[in-house]
Design a protein around this ligand. Sequence first.
Ligand code: ADP
Ligand code: MG
Length: 615
Amino acid sequence: MPRIQQLPTNVITKIAAGEVIERPASVVKELLENSLDAGSTRIDIDIEAGGSELIRIVDNGHGIHPDDLELAFSNHATSKLMTADDLFAVRTMGFRGEALASIAGVAQVTLQSRPTDEQVGAELVSNGGDLSGVRVWNGASGTRIEVRHLFFNTPVRRKFMRTASTEMGHICEIFTRIALAKPGIHLTLKHNGKNVYEVSSTMDLLERIGLFFGKEVRDQLYAIDAQQGPAHLFGYIADPGCDRGNAKTQYLFLNGRWIRDRSLGHALQEGYRGLLMTGRYPIAFLFLEVPPDQVDVNVHPTKSEVRFRDAGALYTFFLATVRNRLNAENLVSRLQAPAQPSANGGYFTPRPADATPSLFSKPGFPTFTKNPVSSVVNSPLSVASDIAPSGQLLDSNVATEEETTDEPVATDDGPRATDARPELPEVLNAIQMHNTYLVVETADGMLVIDQHALHERILFEQIKARVREGSLDVQQMLIPEPVELSAEQAALLLEHRKDLDALGLSIEDFGGNTVIVTRYPALLDGRSPAEILKRVVDHLMSKERVPTREQLLSDLMSLMACHAAVRSGDPLTPEEIAALVEMRHLANDAHHCPHGRPTALLFTRQELDRQFRRI
Ligand code: ADP
Ligand code: MG
């Protein structure tokens, strides 16, 4: 029988560090917060090798008294909290008194500090928790802390660290959050001696947003400012046209601290209801101020989640504020305006030559070969549930997405999935409906095909074949186009450079957070390289885990196929309809559908007869 024993302090510290210090960015976060709590007006950060070699933070705050240096490195030692009641009146970033102890336990740390009103300061070194004696230190007033060889004594953790550029991306994200939350403070960030960001104290929030997210975002923001009872909400929300494929560009700060809140995130999304396609997210920079007794910040080790006393009221407040602001821009009516009536009756009528680009004019449009494979039609029962998660990459128009989502799920009486069919039925007739669906009469029923989904499928197969043969057409840029990104995005893209290259999308590091596009797949002609790149980056960032190379290739191929395919809303010529219908077997191939969404529904003659009570 194992006996119980008290754990030694160094083990306790490592366990605690496991919660607070997950990666180099966590160290940067904790140290920056300490510098802020010390009233610093300038903070300089130096990183080496993504933080695995060195994280150095120098501030001009009030410093630490020499007699307190050892305490600073011990667990549950803090100058920010005295009694349990103080927990409900927290006005500082830190209060748990465990960050420095945790960091000191898993790295080699030198802490040097001189209080503003002292002539000399002191320094203390921790080697994985073993402390040197306190020595005199004669540096500038403020605090200087160097963290070297993070996780040197916890090899498992060290192995979990990703490439320097990825870790640096996370650090940049932390830096961005602090810089947005604390205008008025001068902040600099260097990586391997090179300047990454310099944010001067005079730059206001809008300028900071411009610095981190580019002019495109900055120029499409609407300011909001609203008060409800003691709650004050202010900041910016972006025009729905400037949306993203994930929620990462939604920043919420509570009393000056970046937080994540599902409920308020949902309220924001609801505020944009009807203005965004499924799977698209608004950009927002929101600051919420509530009295400290209205919120419990002590529910999460890194304090990134909180509990509000009246979460329901805040939700309504959020939603109403966002909605009203968007209403004021008349965005809602703009979107709900009736769609342009189609010029084309839909039934094999030729359309003017200047209408939407022809299916055939798209570079790389497949040459059709008849390929009578057996097929399975996706079950209509999967329609509703398939759309939400996979809709992310799909670009069909809003009305269509909404209609499809809102449509009642087919019941037992609805169209049925059929079993594998031995041969493709002969097509008797095909028409386009709502510029979106192809309705095909077959000998034994009726097939309704989603034109975008089918074309996308066809292109996907073709791209796959071309990538395999290495014969994908690429477009060399005469003048390489610079694309400005966030540091995290740039790092992520550069990390996947080889895979992108295999798809004909070549990028190079241009310094700063700018990446230049030198080549892109000809199939994507007509789309701006910036747009393509942002799609790719959104896609990469939406993944929880690092995709394998195969997954990534497949994802990117479907992204390309999606981009190049005809959209819902594009009128098609009879030839185009015929060409698509010719390839309809692909619509039925549930297994390889790039997004897992059904591309066709089959209504058998028998089913129709039964519905109309003929049999
Ligand atoms: P907490 O921030 O939760 O109090 P930490 O472990 O992060 O706990 O820090 C312990 C204490 O060390 C702080 O309460 C503060 O008094 C002191 N301290 C840490 N960093 C600094 C700094 N940069 N400037 C001044 N004091 C600091
Ligand atoms: Mg702290």
